[in-house]
Design a protein around this ligand. Structure first.
Ligand code: C5P
Length: 257
């Protein structure tokens, strides 16, 4: 069985661009414009529910005929951010189905529990073997950063949130998943609990001087990588820039420095 790629080699490989739009033409433009400039793109529920698997294929895999003259066909690595959370049998089926799209990264909610996460891993191993492809990195969401300690109490979960994040990260690792999505401010605690090989995918990143928008606790790309992030999920600082590829290159240069 082939395992997911271990560590990003070039600084730009760490950048996963969040393409948060339901407009397919815009997603295709961004994906093509960023080919080679980033490590991959993240498509989530907003895009998937509007355009389905075929829409995802159109964004990640342009054929030579569809590619504008002078540009290389896009083969963007895909983080398919659908956050599965259901009974183990259903999540296993969802993982097998999603793998038809050849994603580099898939994710589930750790709150779905150990049997669900174990089933996700087994389904990914099985499907990678039967399709003859590399198994995607399997990542869990621990506690949504939109939830605070009061929300955890309201939903009967044991807080504080910072402790629940580490508890769920350990559980994720024990089920054979590769890592978690976490806020930059959770990196140090999760690294200490789960060790150097556990993958940390970190949103809420803002280059120095960039607008924070609705993100409240941000870190710069350089700080996040220095703290131990493996991949950075970056949306508007790249997608909202006049030249997204240049914005990505500037971020890669900041990571390299
Ligand atoms: O535009 P921006 O860089 O803020 O986009 C960040 C991306 O990461 C969005 O797709 C957002 O949904 C996602 N995300 C986040 N915070 C989390 C988990 C995911 O911002 N805790």
């Amino acid at each position: 069985m082939t395992e997911p790629a271990p560590t990003p080699r070039r600084p730009q490989d760490r950048i996963l661009v969040a393409i948060d739009t339901a407009e397919e033409a815009r997603a295709v433009d961004l994906s093509r414009g960023l080919a080679g400039a980033v490590g991959g793109i993240k498509l989530g529920l907003e895009f998937f529910n509007a355009h389905g698997p075929e829409g995802v294929r159109r964004v990640t895999r342009a054929t030579p005929e569809e590619t504008p003259r002078g540009q290389a066909p896009v083969q963007q690595r895909l983080f398919l951010d659908l956050k599965f959370h259901d009974i183990p049998n259903t999540v296993a089926g969802a993982v097998r189905g999603a793998m038809q799209l050849g994603p580099a990264i898939l994710n589930v909610h750790a709150a779905g529990g150990p049997a669900m996460m174990t089933a996700a891993r087994q389904a990914a191993d099985f499907q990678a073997d039967s399709l003859g492809i590399v198994r995607p990195m399997l990542i869990a969401v621990t506690v949504l950063t939109s939830l605070d300690d009061d929300d955890l109490t309201a939903t009967g979960q044991q807080g504080p949130a910072a402790e629940q994040v580490v508890r769920l990260a350990r559980l994720t690792q024990s089920c054979g998943l590769d890592g978690v999505v976490c806020s930059a401010h959770e990196i140090t605690a999760i690294r200490a609990a789960c060790g150097p090989d556990f993958k940390l995918i970190v949103p809420g990143i803002r280059p120095a001087g960039a607008q924070t928008g609705d993100q409240k606790r941000t870190m710069t790309p350089g700080e996040a990588v220095a703290s131990g992030a493996d991949f950075l999920v970056i949306g508007r600082p790249i997608t909202g820039a006049p030249n997204p590829a240049e914005a990505a290159a500037a971020i890669a240069a900041e990571i390299a420095a």
